[in-house]
Design a protein around this ligand. Structure first.
Ligand code: 4NP
Length: 164
């Protein structure tokens, strides 16, 4: 399908995962949903995010993630952090980790026999660097700008791949 077609009818089922589910994966969820609803049938999208750790369960995204999303026209403040569950490995076709540690933790959590595909987000980044979306939690706001750019590039390429 070409980029000019209004939407595709492919089922898209993606869970984005980081450590706390308050900085990186909420941004990836918001960016990817924003891109996907422009090009795919919204009723066939299943997009969510979760964390491998439980410290922030029920919390909204970090205010710095909310701010960088808002600057780019994307609203993520309605999201609530949750932890990855065993059911996620059957509910989602693709589980996308932000970094290698998240990926390793997901491999440990994966129930035997689950068919979900696991990957890192920057596997799709045309400028992949070391392959990790770095954790911006303990840094300044410029870290969130850099993370946003990586997530945006990677989500565009991921969506192109899933719709190809
Ligand atoms: P995230 O960032 O994994 O991108 O949501 C973090 C948020 C909180 C903590 C660590 C990373 N924490 O240790 O509380």
């Amino acid at each position: 399908m070409s980029r000019d077609d209004p939407f595709d009818t492919t089922d898209i089922s993606v869970l984005f995962v980081c450590l706390g589910n308050i900085c990186r994966s909420p941004l990836a969820e918001g960016v990817f949903r924003h891109l996907a609803i422009e090009r795919a049938d919204p009723t066939r999208l299943s997009i969510d995010s979760a964390g491998t750790g439980g410290w922030h369960v029920g919390h909204p995204p970090d205010p710095r993630s909310q701010a960088v999303a808002r600057q780019n026209g994307i609203s993520i403040e309605q999201q609530q952090a949750r932890r990855v569950s065993p059911e996620d490995f059957s509910r989602f076709d693709l589980i996308v980790a932000m970094d290698g540690t998240n990926l390793h933790d997901l491999e440990q959590l994966r129930p035997s026999g689950s068919s979900a595909r696991l990957a890192r987000l920057r596997d799709w980044d045309p400028e992949p660097g070391d392959g990790d979306v770095p954790d911006p939690y303990y840094g300044g706001p410029d870290g969130f700008d850099r993370v946003y750019a990586m997530i945006d590039r990677s989500c565009q390429a991921l969506l192109n791949d899933l719709l190809a």
